[in-house]
Ligand binder design. Structure first.
Ligand code: 0RQ
Length: 494
């Protein structure tokens, strides 16, 4: 049926599980049609708002369109859309920012209530009724299992060669019936290539032919290039010390330009026979698969630029045996990440002097994107690395601050911090040593003295009996840098 007819099956108050993970595999037509219907209903004085659950971020045709018409009452578990972000930060919609590996199980546990409908993009429907997933799997298995009614978008833009690249594991159970996830190598296949669906629940099939919409990557800038250099030097050091094997350990890499720059660096580096166990396969990994540096990549989504997509389609025969896409509950599974010994590399907004990392909130209150998979990986990784430029907003913000204005990853989950200034290996260091090293290695020179002054005064106060010496702080001053930025537009200059 048409997207308009299908969208009309969704009602005010429904929770709708949609496909989509980092701009890949999201439905292209029904959300737009739904947004038009919501807009018309609103103009007619009716309330029409839904809960939107996805894998991760989507695209302007989904998050952007629904946010612009005020159609979302609640969104989870991850978004990165400017219109959506603005609505959340204005208090006009609710947002649940969740660990991506938690979402499927929480839905199965019933923690979020009923899933009324699912809108899932697929690359095809087989004669036996099973579905060929498209460029991401995300939470689709759970949406198809849990939703009362299902709308499928069959997108013929996806190449036929995608058929067979997916691995959907149907062995997950609810506690107390869980068994080990039998995945021992990033390249293992433990499931089946198709998604199952109960045909009786399928209320609509909509045909589309549209590309995933992902933006091009900027060529690595000086800051990203230097971060990448520090990380590569660190890997060399770890291999020499015998703490990493010569072909490293499976890599997880976050999204964005810095992550992509690190991958470009690895592609030019000495390492061979690498593997990736990650959520998102970006252009950088594609290049490494092409050059042969990367032997295999496991992910839940392809998040490729237009040029990357073109290359992927043109060389699908090469990539199809080297890439597997899995449900996000498996790509991000703590058990598997721990077993494989993943090297996790994620971006951050800021870290404080003791290594508490904020990945999500600007000045403690405004959501940027969400924690995504960074927590799944950071806590369970063999090595958890967080990276950022040492400053943001043309130097007005230091990304190394006295106290983080929001904490996603605690000091217990953060092992290595890297900025363009340098790399701080925090492993084995007690808090006060971590603070000194972060200032010396990672802080921008224009903030180093002020950070050192803060620590020294906090320690002096603790010695004088005002506070403890384990993580010395001047509580009244700890968040003053953020406050000053909000008032004066600069963290130091008032
Ligand atoms: O904002 O574009 O308005 O200037 O944050 O910053 O430097 O372009 O860096 O694209 O790597 O994003 C943490 C947001 C970093 C990302 C974050 C502002 C900065 C800019 C982006 P503008 P950059 P990146 C796998 C893993 C959480 C999810 C995750 C992220 C914008 O890495 O969302 O890791 N991570 N998932 O100006 C105020 C600071 C700032 C700051 C940067 N200290 N204060 N603003 N910015 N630092 C993927 C998934 O899970 C799906």
């Amino acid at each position: 049926m048409s997207a308009d007819e299908a969208a009309a099956l969704i009602r005010h108050g429904d929770n709708v599980g949609m496909s989509g993970f980092t701009g890949a595999g999201y439905p292209k037509a029904v959300p737009l049609a739904l947004a038009r219907q919501i807009e018309q209903a609103t103009q007619a004085g009716e309330t029409f708002r839904i809960g939107v659950w996805t894998g991760a971020s989507t695209a302007p045709e989904l998050d952007g369109a629904l946010a612009r018409v005020g159609g979302m009452q609640l969104r989870m578990p991850y978004q990165s859309d400017p219109a959506c972000r603005a609505r959340i930060n204005a208090g006009e919609m609710e947002y649940l920012d969740l660990h991506l590996s938690h979402v499927a199980q929480f839905v199965w546990f019933g923690f979020f209530g009923k899933l009324h409908a699912a809108v899932v993009e697929v690359a095809g429907i087989r004669e036996d009724g099973r579905l060929i997933p498209s460029s991401s799997i995300g939470n689709n298995k759970t949406w198809l299992d849990q939703a009362d009614k299902i709308i499928l978008e069959v997108n013929s833009w996806h190449p036929e060669g995608l058929d067979g690249m997916h691995d959907v594991y149907y062995g997950t159970r609810l506690p107390p019936h869980r068994k080990p996830i039998p995945l021992l190598d990033a390249g293992d296949r433990i499931g089946e290539p198709y998604l199952r669906v109960d045909p009786d629940k399928v209320v609509a099939v909509v045909e589309t032919c549209s590309p995933d919409r992902n933006s091009a990557f900027a060529p690595p800038d000086e800051v990203s290039r230097r971060i990448a250099e520090h990380i590569l030097e660190f890997f060399d050091h770890e291999v020499r010390r015998g703490r990493l094997p010569a072909n490293l350990l499976p890599l997880q890499s976050g999204v964005g330009n810095t992550a992509n720059a690190v991958l470009s660096g690895l592609n030019q580096g000495p390492y061979e026979g690498l593997a990736a166990y990650t959520e998102v396969l970006q252009d950088g990994m594609l290049e490494m698969l092409k050059s042969g540096k990367l032997r295999f990549a496991s992910a839940t989504a392809l998040s490729l630029s237009p040029a990357g997509t073109e290359d992927f389609i043109a060389n699908l025969a090469h990539y199809r045996d080297r890439v597997v896409l899995r449900p996000q509950e498996i790509s991000n599974h703590p058990e598997v990440i721990r077993r494989l010994g993943v090297i996790a590399m994620n971006g951050m907004i800021e870290t404080d002097l003791y290594g508490h990392v904020n990945s999500t909130h600007v000045m403690g209150t405004r959501i940027m994107n969400g924690i995504g998979g960074s927590g799944d990986f950071a806590r369970n990784a063999y090595l958890s690395i967080f990276m950022t430029g040492s400053t943001a907003k043309d130097g007005a913000i230091s990304c190394i601050v006295p106290m983080a204005s929001h904490v996603d990853h605690t000091e217990h989950d953060v092992q290595v911090v890297v900025t363009e200034q340098g790399l701080a290996d925090l492993r084995g260091l007690a808090p006060r040593r971590r603070a000194r090293l972060l200032i010396e290695r990672c802080a921008h020179p224009s903030y180093r003295d002020a950070l050192l002054d803060y620590v020294e005064r906090a320690e002096a106060a603790a010695r004088a009996g005002r506070g403890g010496m384990h993580t010395p702080h001047s509580l009244g001053e700890a968040l003053s840098w953020h406050e000053r930025y909000e008032q004066a537009g600069h963290m130091l200059k008032g």
